[in-house]
Design a protein around this ligand. Structure first.
Ligand code: ZN
Length: 156
């Protein structure tokens, strides 16, 4: 059994590692839609692009500025959604949101959330929850915009 303190230290390491070595960082072409989101309470900003193909996420690219939590959350999001069907990513988001709104009660399911479970402790700090959710807000907004684009241009 790992102690709670040990887990928290491990989770902090996971978050710092994602913040330092952000997966999929940088804005890339081509993309279907882009979203810019700001978290004024912490000063985090993100521009995130999605590239979709055949009902799946082909690529997510982003430029994130701000605290380690928001930057790590963007990196983890990339790991969790790229190459996955859109419906799966909605399920991942629901599980991630439930964990972050649980005020520490929901430790998260690692088989669904992967490194995302490292943000379980963040759910006890209301102000930090917004940091962890910011990239997901951008992702979901970009999907809505992409859907608009595909309705007007037709699906291939
Ligand atoms: Zn932040």
């Amino acid at each position: 059994m790992t102690s709670t303190v040990g887990m928290e230290q491990l989770y902090q390491q996971v978050i710092l590692d994602h913040a330092k070595n952000a997966r999929g960082a940088g804005l890339r072409q081509p993309y279907d839609a882009e979203s810019h989101q700001v978290n004024p309470t912490c000063g985090d900003e993100i521009t995130l692009r999605v590239r979709l193909a055949g009902g799946a996420v082909e690529d997510v690219s982003y430029d994130a500025l701000g605290c380690s939590i928001s930057q790590a959350a963007a990196s983890v999001l990339t790991e969790l959604v790229v190459g996955r069907p859109l419906v799966d990513t909605h399920a991942v988001y629901k599980a991630y949101l439930a964990m972050l709104q649980s005020k520490g009660a929901d430790a998260g399911d690692e088989s669904v959330l992967g490194d995302g479970v490292a943000f379980a402790g963040v759910s006890r700090y209301a102000a930090r929850v917004k940091c962890a959710l910011l990239p997901w807000a951008a992702y979901r907004d970009a999907l809505l915009r992409a859907d608009h684009t595909s309705t007007t241009e037709g699906r291939s």
